[in-house]
Ligand binder design. Structure first.
Ligand SMILES: [Zn+2]
Length: 214
């Protein structure tokens, strides 16, 4: 399912404006983010296989799509930084899926991976933070600059973008560590609806809530 609607040039959510209401209100720390596809159907199956079923063999397929998009997009990045994962979770899964995707993209584009530019601090799980404000507050302390800093223009890589809070928090840390511009690339993208109060709601969550009320 390719995303082909008019989109915000920054966060790439569906929007008729070149900069959506959300990005106008709270300027993200990243310059722009792009994704291969919207979250759902086969894209969701691939991500679940990679994240929850330990099927790392799907990473080359996903990385190839992401590398193709990066080459077409051409943001001019000099390093790829995977979104780091909590150590306990990585030990359980055996790998960080973002690092696997970053390695695939690096192999196909020649842009090196800066795997130690960012570290994840121990903290509460994202799953316990369904509310966007809570998630954002939690995320703002979740990352720190790593032992091998990078400069110039970098690409953050993750499997999925939900509200953008993770990418924003990572971009903030990288920029305060001396990076000029941060771009983001994810395999999939959750579709969001901006509520009248300006908050974001995940459409998949709304569908889930509806199904629970039936
Ligand atoms: Zn936006």
């Amino acid at each position: 399912m390719r995303a082909e609607h008019p989109r915000c040039g920054v966060c790439w959510q569906t929007s008729n404006d070149s900069r959506c209401q959300h990005c106008r209100r709270e300027q993200p720390a990243f310059t722009a983010v792009r994704s291969v596809c919207t979250y759902g159907g086969p894209a969701r199956d691939l991500i679940h296989a990679l994240k929850y079923s330990g099927v790392s063999a799907v990473a080359p397929l996903m990385g190839e799509e992401m590398a193709g998009l990066l080459l077409h997009w051409g943001p001019g990045v000099s390093a790829i930084v995977p979104v780091p994962m909590a150590g306990s979770r990585r030990r359980r899964r055996g790998y960080n899926q973002s690092a696997l995707l970053a390695r695939e993209i690096a192999g196909l584009t020649g842009v090196p991976v800066a795997g130690r530019a960012l570290v994840r601090r121990a903290g509460p799980s994202q799953v316990e933070q369904p509310d966007e404000a809570a998630r954002r507050a939690n995320m703002s302390h979740a990352f720190a600059a790593g032992r091998a800093p990078v400069g110039g223009c970098v690409l953050l890589v993750d499997d999925t973008m939900t509200t953008g809070a993770t990418l924003d928090a990572c971009a903030r840390v990288l920029r305060s560590a001396g990076v000029d511009r941060v771009y983001g690339l994810t395999f999939a993208r959750e579709s969001l609806t901006t509520l009248p109060n300006g908050r974001l709601r995940r459409d998949s969550q709304a569908a889930y809530n509806r199904s629970q009320k039936r």
